[in-house]
Design a protein around this ligand. Structure first.
Ligand code: F6P
Length: 325
């Protein structure tokens, strides 16, 4: 096995609060263990284009509290091609980078898996996405902060909903996963959540209306997972058509969900995972995502981590349903 002297670190895909805390942890833990660290800018794009510079501990000072990523990020189309990955590998060699730590979501870790296999490069992934859609870890970096941001937004929207006696459909991010919608609905005391994982989703609105939203409450909030066809606008239109007596509004939270200072939970998670990534390399681990399961650091093979079947617990669906009567 090739000796590792220098570790490259990059952030890729959508930015997530806590990515900076992860960059800091990786950098400091690597240096503490005698490695050199090279920061790669703009995700895989920077690896392909050689946007790389050496980091020392001071380069990651005063960033733990900042949202976004100081390394910038991108969704690289070039890295999806063999030629792009070949150039990335050549730049890795030219910059004497022996191992790569990739902080990102599903697409980014899929890229890492392919790259690691193609060029026999040690790659370690850290789950960095607000969507919480990676298997093998209870939470991903950014998820907790985003959940809190959504909750605060819905608390504010509720003031208007209550004052005007309206039904609000609030659309939240999550790509194909309903974790943000389901748990923000519970946290904000919403009346319902419409998520892709719940097969009864299509009927939820009928059930919700059927329960007589206006009988016992003077306003309602429904959290809807983003979806190209069936987002908040779709459901709001349906209700407007079928129940013209209701005063319906839509609020699409958009990218304000992704920004902001990371929560304590995300900072601690990112710090533990960053140290975990260096430990993984020291232990000879290759091509795994570092996660935290039941409060223990775990190594999850990329192929398992990126499987698109992380379940939303049925219990969470039941809790919301029972508490929103
Ligand atoms: O994966 C994170 C995420 O914020 C998703 O929830 C959302 O679907 C997507 O990224 C939006 O991506 P972009 O910022 O490129 O529009």
């Amino acid at each position: 096995m090739r000796k590792i002297n220098c570790i490259g670190v990059l952030t890729s895909g959508g930015d997530a609060p806590g990515m900076n805390a992860a960059i800091r942890a990786v950098t400091r833990s690597a240096i503490a263990n005698g490695f050199r660290v090279k920061a790669i800018y703009r995700g895989y794009e920077g690896l392909i284009n050689g946007e790389i510079r050496e980091f020392c501990t001071e380069d990651v000072s005063n960033i733990i509290q900042r949202g976004g990523t100081i390394l910038k990020t991108a969704r690289s189309r070039d890295f999806e091609t063999t030629e792009g990955r070949q150039r990335a590998y050549e730049n890795m060699c030219a910059n004497e980078i022996d191992a790569l730590i990739v902080i990102g979501g599903n697409g980014s870790l899929t890229g890492a898996r392919i790259f690691a296999e193609e060029f026999d490069v040690p790659c370690i992934g850290l789950p960095g996405t607000i969507d919480n859609d990676l298997n093998g870890t209870d939470s991903t970096i950014g998820y907790d902060t985003t959940l809190n941001t959504i909750m605060e937004c819905v608390d504010k929207i509720r003031d208007t909903a209550t004052s005007h006696e309206r039904i609000f459909f609030v659309e939240v991010m999550g790509r194909d996963a309903g974790f943000l919608a389901q748990n923000s609905a519970i946290a904000a005391g919403a009346e319902a959540a419409i998520i892709p994982e719940d097969s009864t989703g299509a009927n939820q609105l009928e059930q919700f209306i059927g329960r007589g939203i206006r009988k016992s409450k003077n306003s309602s909030i429904v959290i809807v997972s983003e979806s190209p066809k069936c987002g908040a606008l779709y459901y709001a239109d349906r209700v407007k058509q079928e129940y013209p007596e209701y005063d319906v509004r839509v609020s699409i939270l958009g990218h304000l969900q992704r920004g902001g200072s990371p929560s304590a939970g995300d900072r601690i998670l990112a710090s533990r995972l960053g140290v975990g990534a260096i430990n993984a390399l020291l232990e000879g681990q290759r091509n795994v995502m570092v996660g935290i399961k039941n409060d223990e650091v775990v190594y999850v093979p990329f192929s398992n981590a990126i499987k698109s079947d992380k379940p939303v617990k049925k219990e969470l669906i039941d809790v919301l349903a029972e508490l929103s009567i």
